[in-house]
Design a protein around this ligand. Structure first.
Ligand code: GLN
Ligand code: ZN
Length: 779
């Protein structure tokens, strides 16, 4: 009998109950008791929803983040956050900090750093350690949840993050190596296992997604050591790998003394299945093999018949030793299609969210155990849905395919090299040394969001809505002129989101109403669904940019989101490689770029905020990804004439390892986030002579703090040590949409004042025309 189980379920709730409860608790409008009640109720409902499966995850629920939960269990909450006797408060202080403006300088607490969970868009709180870190077991949260599960008669399989993955996520606050803490950490894990055994736990799922990454000898040894040490408690361990395949770590994983292994067989279908077959031969005959057969990362229906074709022979060989599950936790997909009433019916019939994925798993389990006949009609429905998707004219657009096939490398090449373009652009744009600009968005005020809501509800006509947006644009332009910025933006008031805005105007995209996925804490995103060949029916941004330009003599940047970012922040097709979808997006945005240029727009910015986060987990795949991602950007951007200046913006913290690819994008100007790292990021430019202009951010837009003129000048002076002044622009780290005008205006005023000072400082020194290449000094 094949056994079905789940690795994790979305916790935010069908109607984002957890989000709203958390936020009202943080505002002091709800008690901790109310919040915990909501959480317990969500767990109950979610278990009920999964009840058809044989084993249900417990401990996958989290009030904020599962990595922070693990830190709590291991007694590793940063001491600055610990609030005597109040565990919940300590937990949230670690997660969110306490700002100076709320509690004063003395009591403020910095939140733990947040970063992306492997290659997903989920963010976890980075555990902090140092050479003298100590761990102590605090199993109360997990035990409470197990108690609830028991009371509800649930077949509970607790879930924790494994010691090696945990250590790999830790950030040492000193120069120590997290791995050296393993000896201190393992006894706490062992204690935890004993505690679980004493409450009758049979199976424990230990997540070690690190197993799908490149591991050096130290990390491999750590795996062996850890699982040998933990092989004592009587609790059976299911070691779960996901987000990729084991490949060269397969022998290591197979040899670990655990009771079962879970593999992701869908993220790379062919390799995953090869791994499964190899393991079948390699695993000792008492081990469980759990196969992740339903994709926990995308929203498409699985091909159940094809999955069964593959599984049936395996099932015969493995018998009871075969377990079936989604590839990873379902945290990364929306809750259910149930309430999606407005979603296009055709597209809807091709989709499966968490709820539907569990149903698929259940069907496969029954088909294996009772024969396909037992679920014949379900299998027919599935086959029909898939065939309707395959044949849909909305998915395949021959004209788009023809255009993609006709892409040539010359389409991604500017007409002249940067040095020549720079001269032409400088003559046209007449910008001063250290030109000032912003990254695109200005505050998205509550009023703007309300206008959009009212328009959506039909309370405001399109004309009225557009009129309001125009007023907002006019306001933004006037403020920027007043501030004396050099290159202006229209402010992006019309955009709810930098990806959704474009998705809504492109053919090939669909939108869910409730398809929320947790990004971090109470924050959720609703990724658009890219289902078909992409084309652009008409201009997407022209009207706004041209209106903005009509209001000022200064240059207004056209503002677009790049193809790689649109791709990486969407649910994308599984019926063609990501690369193909990216090229389609590139051609569509390229049309917009060329239209903007034809309308006389002199500067066009194409944001690629998510280019870096698309990097594969395995280094060996980086070049391939960077190849098509950078080529897509080049196709989008580089069809313009020399006189048109292309900007790109990226908000990363790590730059060094991909700087060559970034240079290859060949944008005339790149703006990046550097203020928070105190320009440390510019170290990437030590070893690499970046040829084009750069705007290193000088204003940390994640903080309400207003940077002083001196601090901006100091940052720019630092930048000048690494880059020639004539290449430097002055701008914030990122868009200003999350800030308010009261902060933004003085901050930008200081930025402009700093630019003036820097120009004065430099004017005395820089006289040589060739040095000033690309800029005209004004004084
Ligand atoms: N142009 C966008 C903005 O200013 C860029 C945002 C981003 O990089 N995340 O909001
Ligand atoms: Zn940014």
């Amino acid at each position: 009998m094949a056994i079905t189980h789940n690795l994790g379920f979305p916790r935010i709730g069908a109607n984002r109950e957890l989000k709203f409860s958390l936020e009202s608790y943080w505002k002091g409008q709800q008690s901790s008791k109310d919040l915990l009640k909501v959480a317990a109720e969500l767990r109950r409902v979610h278990w009920q929803q999964q009840q058809k499966l044989d084993w249900l995850p417990v401990g996958d629920f989290s009030l904020y983040d599962q990595v922070l939960d693990m830190s709590l269990t291991l007694g590793n909450i940063p001491t600055r956050a610990v609030h005597d006797g109040n565990e919940l408060e300590s937990y949230f202080r670690a997660a969110r900090g306490r700002s100076t403006s709320d509690v004063g300088e003395q009591h403020c607490v910095h939140a733990a750093e947040m970063t992306k969970w492997f290659d997903t868009n989920y963010h976890y709180l980075v555990p902090e350690v140092s050479a003298d870190s100590q761990f102590t077991l605090n199993p109360s949260s997990l035990l409470t949840q197990l108690g609830e599960a028991k009371a509800q008669g649930i077949n509970a399989k607790p879930v924790i993050i494994g010691p090696i993955t945990y250590l790999s996520l830790c950030k040492p606050k000193d120069n120590s190596q997290a791995l050296t803490l393993l000896d201190r950490l393992l006894p706490v894990y062992r204690e935890l296992l004993t505690a679980l055994q004493s409450v009758g736990v049979q199976w424990l799922q230990i997540d070690e997604p690190l197993l799908v990454t490149d591991l050096d000898k130290n990390w491999r040894d750590a795996f062996e050591k850890a699982y040998t040490y933990l092989n004592v408690s009587g609790v059976k361990i299911l070691l779960a790998s996901y987000f990729g395949t084991l490949e060269d770590n397969l022998t290591l994983a197979a040899a670990l003394p655990v009771d079962g292994l879970h593999l992701d067989c869908v993220s790379n279908n062919a390799q995953g299945r090869r791994d499964a077959r190899t393991l079948l031969a390699a695993l000792p005959k008492d081990r469980i093999l759990s196969l992740g057969i339903i994709n926990g990362r995308n929203i498409w229906k699985a091909d159940l018949n094809e999955t069964l074709d593959w599984l049936e022979p395996l099932s015969k060989q493995l018998g009871d030793r075969l377990w079936l599950a989604p590839s990873c936790s379902l945290l990364h997909v929306p809750y259910s299609l149930n309430s999606e009433e407005e979603l296009d019916a055709g597209v809807r019939s091709w989709l499966a969210f968490a709820d539907e994925k569990l149903e698929e798993l259940y069907i496969v389990g029954r088909a294996l155990n009772e024969g396909r006949n037992a679920v014949a009609s379900k299998l027919t429905d599935n086959a029909q849905a898939l065939s309707s998707r395959r044949q849909s004219v909305r998915v395949i657009n021959p004209a788009v395919r023809k255009n993609v096939a006709a892409i040539t490398t010359s389409m991604g090449q500017r007409q002249s090299p940067y040095s020549q373009r720079a001269v032409i652009q400088s003559e046209r744009l007449k910008l001063p040394l250290f030109p000032t600009t912003t990254i695109g968005s200005f505050p998205q005020t509550a009023e703007i969001r309300q206008l959009r809501q009212r328009h959506k509800r039909g309370e405001l006509s399109l004309e009225q809505y557009q009129q309001y947006i125009k007023e907002e644009i006019a306001f933004c332009i006037a403020e920027q002129e007043q501030l004396g910025l050099d290159v202006l933006v229209h402010g992006e008031a019309e955009r709810n989101d930098m990806v959704e805005y474009f998705g809504q105007q492109l053919n090939g995209y669909a939108f869910s109403q409730y398809g929320w996925v947790q990004s971090y804490g109470s924050r959720c995103v609703k990724p658009p669904i890219l289902y078909g060949d992409i084309s652009r029916p008409s201009g997407m941004t022209l009207e706004w940019i041209c209106y903005a330009q009509s209001l000022t003599k200064k240059h207004v940047k056209g503002m677009l989101t790049g193809p790689v970012t649109i791709l990486n922040w969407s649910f994308v097709r599984d019926d063609q490689p990501r690369k193909d979808s990216c090229y389609q997006l590139a051609l569509a945005i390229r049309e917009e770029v060329l239209d903007l240029e034809a309308a006389g727009v002199s500067i066009i910015q194409i944001d690629e905020a998510a280019l870096r986060e698309g990097l594969p987990l395995r280094h060996g795949e980086w070049q391939h990804y960077l190849g098509w991602a950078v080529e897509s950007f080049r196709i989008t951007a580089n069809g313009v004439a020399d006189k048109t200046q292309i900007h790109t913006h990226m908000c990363y913290s790590e730059f060094n390892d991909i700087i060559e690819s970034i240079a290859h994008m060949d944008a005339d100007v790149i703006t990046i986030e550097t203020s928070r790292s105190d320009m440390e990021l510019l170290n990437a430019f030590d070893h690499f002579n970046y040829p084009n202009d750069i705007g290193p951010g000088v204003y940390d837009i994640h903080s309400p703090n207003i940077p002083s003129v001196e601090s901006i000048v100091a940052l720019m002076n630092k930048a000048e040590k690494q880059l020639p002044s004539e290449k430097l622009w002055i701008n914030p780290d990122c868009g200003l949409k999350t800030r308010n005008w009261e902060e933004v205006l003085p901050a930008l005023k200081n930025m402009v004042a700093a630019a003036k000072q820097l120009r004065e400082l430099n004017n005395g020194i820089l006289v040589d025309e060739t040095v000033l290449l690309g800029k005209v000094t004004t004084s």
